[in-house]
Write a protein that binds this ligand. Structure first.
Ligand code: PLP
Length: 428
């Protein structure tokens, strides 16, 4: 299926083009030519991989990568996404953190890597995957492209503004992955990366985007939402902790194309843009505020544009979803009481979602509900451990990474500094 742009300025591009570029040439976001509404049925095979192939197939019909889809899914979906019961009847968490970097972004990053690998001709000019991260994205992308022939990865992160474990993780890959610690904020890093993509002098580097608005990261995320709904044996309602609206949009698209998902409720942190929009109908993007759920510190979510493309009629958009903002105080309390109430330790992002589920139940919500558990709590140990009063066991993949030496190069918060670094270190 071809792709177009949310702004209508381009149409009928091959999906492969969208997989290799971040934003559409008209400045909008890539979207499929159409959403295959209601067209997808549950596969007979109940596995996560079969669900992912079923939901991804319509988007790959007639595309260069269509024959490779099952193999790409096998590579990306190589760890489970279990629906785990909480103590309350019909309350679940959808655990999305069993991948190599212990956050849901592993699914999307690994699928994108599987696509890029197949779109990169053997012996062709090397590609540079360039990404700015506030923590989780960079690690997932680095892990996914680590040691891939013909590909180099450059990750920019704001020095001193990611957790010590996140910083260690980013510098621990080595080989074809370089971590650059930028003397500035995340916004500086993002501005530098945007400038590099717009710079014709860097065209020979074949810069490739892997940021969270990449269609190659978004589409695979439909797979685990659809799978959860199918294995639940009922209509599954979802609470999705949200920052840039990527994971939540994937849930909405999964419902649109036919997965038996019911209500979808967004849980944000104290950044109020989305809860305000769904309460009032007025969208007002603004600078983000820092919270305990830092991967959701977004004041102007990029994927809102795709949400509007999905539901162009404002009343329909407003009735398709709900959103609730959760304060740091409520995140804190939910982590503190998580083991007693639900038998689980939650990361701060998941805790925001669990708090919303508790509110919905108190308001009388019925039926089966799952909260998307977006990261393992051990990734945010400096927040979580003091609240639960004991250490949180680190999953094996994460502890292996943390045991490796870590190295990052310093870089000034200046687009020219990045330009020079990239040209000086041009691969091959
Ligand atoms: C990225 C991230 C989020 C937010 O996901 P979006 O797709 O940007 O809404 C939530 N939780 C964790 C742990 C994340 O890494």
């Amino acid at each position: 299926m071809n792709v177009g742009s949310t702004r209508g300025g381009v149409a009928d591009l091959p999906l492969a083009d969208a997989l290799l570029r971040g934003t559409a040439p008209d400045g909008g976001l890539f979207v499929p030519a159409r959403l295959p509404r209601g067209e997808v049925r549950a596969p007979r095979d109940p596995s996560l991989g079969a669900a992912a192939v079923a939901v991804l197939s319509p988007f790959f019909v007639g595309e260069r990568l269509e024959p490779a889809l099952p193999a790409m899914v096998a590579e990306a979906f190589s760890f489970p996404a279990p629906l785990v019961p909480l103590r309350g009847p019909d309350d679940f968490v959808l655990e999305l953190f069993h991948g190599p970097t212990a956050a849901f972004k592993d699914f999307g990053a690994r699928f994108l890597a599987a696509c890029v690998q197949r779109l990169q001709p053997a012996g062709g000019r090397p590609r540079t995957v360039l990404v700015a991260t506030s923590g989780d994205t960079g690690a997932a992308v680095a892990a996914a492209f680590h040691r891939m022939p013909g590909v180099r990865v450059v990750v920019l992160y704001p020095d001193g503004r990611v957790s010590p474990r996140q910083a260690h993780q980013l510098g621990a890959f080595g080989d074809n992955v370089t971590a650059l610690r930028v003397a500035g904020t995340f916004d500086d890093s993002q501005r530098m990366v945007k400038a590099a993509f717009a710079d014709p002098g860097l065209a020979p580097l074949q810069l490739t985007s892997a940021n969270s608005i990449s269609l190659g990261r978004l589409l695979p995320q439909l797979g685990y939402h659809a799978h959860a709904a199918w294995i639940s044996g009922t209509t599954l309602n979802l609470v999705v902790p949200t920052g840039n609206l990527g994971n939540a949009l994937a849930a909405v698209w999964a419902r649109e194309i036919g997965a038996p998902l019911g209500d979808i409720v967004l849980a944000t942190n104290a950044n109020p843009t989305l809860s305000e929009f769904w309460a009032s109908g007025v969208y007002r993007g603004r600078p983000s505020v820092a919270t305990l759920a830092n991967a959701m510190d977004v004041g102007d979510p990029s994927n809102f544009e795709r949400m509007v493309w999905t539901f162009p009629d404002p009343p329909v958009l407003r009735s398709a979803l709900r959103a609730r903002a959760v304060s740091d105080a409520d995140i804190t309390r939910t982590i503190q009481e998580g083991e007693r109430r639900h038998g689980q330790v939650f990361c701060p992002h998941t805790a925001a979602g669990v708090h919303v589920l508790e509110q919905l139940r108190a308001d009388g919500a019925t039926g089966a509900w799952a909260v998307a558990a977006t990261a393992h709590p051990a990734k945010f140990e400096s927040t979580v451990e003091p609240l639960v009063g004991h250490p949180v066991a680190v999953p094996p993949a994460l502890s292996e990474l943390l045991a490796r030496p870590s190295r990052a190069e310093p870089l000034a918060a200046d687009p020219f500094a990045l330009r020079h670094w990239l040209l000086d270190h041009a691969a091959g």
